[in-house]
Design a protein around this ligand. Structure first.
Ligand code: GLA
Length: 731
């Protein structure tokens, strides 16, 4: 039983295969958080909370003269606001009289079969392999008619619990929501580190780890997107946790806009963990009868370290978030013309790239930025989604058919959410762009952002996308988004409340994506935002792969892909072999290494194939064959991080298939020295009792022996050289 209810409907225990999560509605109606950790039998753990009279921690009226009952230290599921819990609150309400307080009291609960969905927002869904269960706990605000429903989803086998919440105004007057996070949770005991993924454009998701103390650790975005700077996911783990051991909690936000995520110890050294829409620039007016839904957070607990935690996220996102025909189907090996030509292309150049690509076995040509409107650089044309037949030397229909006749699929780049001031769209509808009257707008890449909250903007974009896609043979779309958002203002009725706009923007993007996929369900969508600026779980609901970074340098990619791997499955990671020296870093890396690194993702090329040597062309053929042969191992297998960036002289990672019959280990030498000494790596994930042949040297040893004693490569690698080693089960 995944959801266990006891003590007259006041004790709630959620069980997954390896974890339990417990809450208790205490006699005063506070929903206490009692436990999240290793699986238990569901006994009441209230005795873990030792009540004391803490000075300067006041007592709510229900407690009467009992000075030991204080909201200021009790571990809670939905912390109150303005009534005596001085830690961070979760839902903040401004009532019609201007007061700002909320005390949430347990009201009722409901258990239902199946996962919950959230209107207009992505959430994990049920599959034939696993159906979730849902617990809904309703709390009522003590002095108003506001109700909050806490939603808990349990995927028992997957070791996943989800949280989301809904706020309902049941009163006669509007209320203003000033803060609505999706979750808050207090872990009563233990010290934790927080691992988060920070970065910048072209250098996303660098893993950082900090101890959580009284000062707290907080990440977030107010850029309108989930951002390059902080990914909307974090891990809390015991200070000694590593890949193979230790307590780890994951929190992954299913949302693509502004977010906050934090962990902070309180006066009792309890850790409050929160995640949700960033309260800055946020307010939401709820008219009588209206409901506000906060996005989903995916939680997982592992007592066996970070690798096991990542595995739970890889599986759940791959199986219960990614949708559509491309969820499991092998994705075509693509060639993208961006780094080959940038804006400087014509039909001849594209066909030259395509025919060379087809000859080498590449399966799809993606035509990137510059095929529409007036767009020979990034200063104009966005919004004018009309084919530039002059530049293309004919129609897109002709071009796409010609590519298909070469035996390849054809993909196209769009950046629907943006507008250039130098465009017919902007000249016709300047009010569609986000700008504040009387204030010169901030420009990013010299472009403005369309107000995606407006239905007329979305209608225009869907009509344009539909026109282009129904008049040419298009198999794939790269959906880009190339700036951060500010100048938040709307004069459009229904979207004019500025505090709502960032969120309504995100809902507008989801609505457009949903409408687009409903019309073109066969399209393979690749998400993108200047590379990985919107690499989040919510986007995976629409696009099963996301361009991981504009940085294609294989060595930088080692740490970017490492950071990405903590939550996101390899199948989601767009990764390409690009030119040498690399355009972003100037570094030269062997062609083979570039292939081996890109192969830990949705594989493709992004360079002019007519500029590479015959030997490299031969390597392209080999790489494509390997990728086809290894596809299911890479995309559906278990992923192991064997090293950490910056520690040691090489990076290594490994894939092991579900049956533990086949493994593949990749090593990239990142440093080198004169008179080199051999390196040695651990091997993971094999069946200890089975024998495996190592295809590097033919040695046959037991899984236990490979995993215990590890492996020494049979050659010295020069700097940036790579080695791929397969293990095949013999018995
Ligand atoms: C963004 C993308 C790139 C490319 C350019 C085109 O930066 O991340 O891959 O598509 O836009 O302008």
């Amino acid at each position: 039983m995944a959801i266990q209810i006891s003590e007259n409907g006041r004790l709630f225990t959620l069980h997954t295969k390896n974890s339990s999560y417990q809450m208790f509605a205490d006699p005063f109606g506070t929903l206490l958080h009692l436990y999240y950790g290793k699986r238990t039998d569901g006994e009441n753990l209230s005795d873990l909370i030792f009540r004391t009279d803490m000075g300067f921690s006041g007592n709510p009226p229900e407690a009467g003269s009992d000075r030991t009952y204080s909201l200021d230290y009790l571990p809670q599921e939905l912390p109150s606001s303005g009534v005596g819990d001085y830690r961070d609150d979760c839902v903040r309400i401004r009532h019609a009289d201007g007061s700002c307080a909320a005390r949430f009291l347990f009201d009722s609960f409901q258990v239902s079969k199946g996962s919950y969905s959230l209107p207009g927002m992505p959430a994990l869904y049920d599959t034939d392999a696993e159906t979730g269960e849902t617990l809904t706990i309703t709390l009522r605000e003590a002095c108003s008619d506001v109700r909050v429903q806490l939603l808990y989803g349990v995927f028992e086998q997957a070791d996943i619990i989800t949280r989301a919440l809904k706020v309902w105004n049941g009163g006669q007057t509007p209320v203003d929501l000033e803060k609505v996070l999706s979750m808050s949770m207090d872990i009563p005991f233990g010290d934790f580190d927080m691992i988060y993924f920070a970065g910048r454009h072209a250098m996303e998701r660098t893993a950082e780890r900090l101890p959580v103390r009284r000062a707290g650790v907080r990440i977030g975005s107010v850029r309108g997107t989930s951002s390059h700077q902080y990914n909307p996911a974090m891990i809390l783990c015991s200070p000694n946790a590593d890949e193979d051991a230790g307590d780890c909690y994951g929190f992954c936000f299913v949302y693509s806009g502004n977010f906050t995520a934090s962990a902070q110890q309180d006066q009792r050294n309890q850790t409050r963990i929160q995640m949700g829409i960033h309260p800055d620039f946020f307010s939401f007016r709820l008219a009588p009868g209206e409901v506000f839904c906060a996005p989903q957070v995916i939680l997982s607990y592992s007592s066996r370290g970070l690798t096991a935690l990542s595995r739970s996220y890889h599986r759940i996102l791959r199986e219960h978030m990614c949708r559509g025909p491309w969820k499991h189907a092998r994705r075509p090996v693509l060639i993208n013309n961006w780094e080959a030509t940038y804006f400087d292309f014509n039909r001849e150049k594209l066909l030259a790239i395509a025919s060379q690509a087809a000859e080498l076995g590449i399966e799809m040509l993606v035509l990137d930025d510059g095929w529409f409107g007036k767009r020979d650089d990034d200063n104009s044309g966005l919004g004018d989604w009309f084919v530039n037949t002059e530049k293309l030397g004919g129609t897109l229909t002709d071009l796409s058919e010609q590519i298909h006749r070469m035996g390849m699929k054809f993909g196209l780049w769009f950046e629907p959410e943006m507008v250039s001031e130098d465009s017919d769209l902007y000249r016709a509808h300047p009010d569609w762009a986000l700008t504040i009257p009387g204030r010169e707008p901030n420009r990013g890449r010299n472009q403005l952002v369309l107000n995606m909250a407006r239905p007329d903007v979305r209608d225009y974009l869907l009509e344009r996308l539909t026109d282009i896609l129904s008049n040419a043979k298009i198999d794939y779309v790269k959906w880009d988004m190339n700036r951060s958002i500010c100048d938040i203002f709307s004069s459009c009725p229904g979207t004019e409340r500025t505090g709502e706009l960032y969120h309504r923007y995100v809902l507008g993007v989801y609505e457009l994506l949903e409408g687009f996929l409903a019309r073109f369900p066969h399209i393979l969508l690749e998400g993108c935002s200047g590379g990985g600026g919107r690499f989040d779980a919510a986007m995976l609901y629409y696009s099963p792969q996301i361009w991981c970074s504009d940085n294609t340098d294989a060595i930088n990619r080692l740490s970017i892909q490492y950071g990405t791997s903590f939550f996101y499955p390899v199948s989601a990671v767009g990764a390409h072999v690009s030119a040498c020296p690399n355009h972003q870093t100037g570094r030269s890396v062997p062609f083979r290494t570039r292939g081996d690194v890109a192969m830990a993702g949705s594989f493709g090329y992004e360079l002019d194939l007519n500029q590479i040597t015959d030997e490299e062309k031969e390597q392209v053929r080999e790489q494509i064959n390997s990728f086809r042969y290894l596809y299911s191992l890479i995309h559906e297998g278990d992923y192991y991080r064997l090293t950490e960036p910056g520690k040691g002289d090489f990076m290594a990672w490994e894939f092991v298939d579900e049956n533990r019959d086949h493994a593949m280990l990749t090593i990239v030498q990142t440093e080198s020295f004169g008179n080199p000494v051999p390196i040695h790596t651990v091997v993971k994930g094999l069946d200890p009792a089975k024998k495996y042949r190592c295809l590097m040297n033919g040695a046959v040893r037991s899984g236990a022996s490979w995993m215990g004693a590890g492996l020494t490569p049979d050659r010295i690698l020069k700097q940036y050289e790579s080695l791929v080693i397969e293990f095949v089960r013999e018995s």
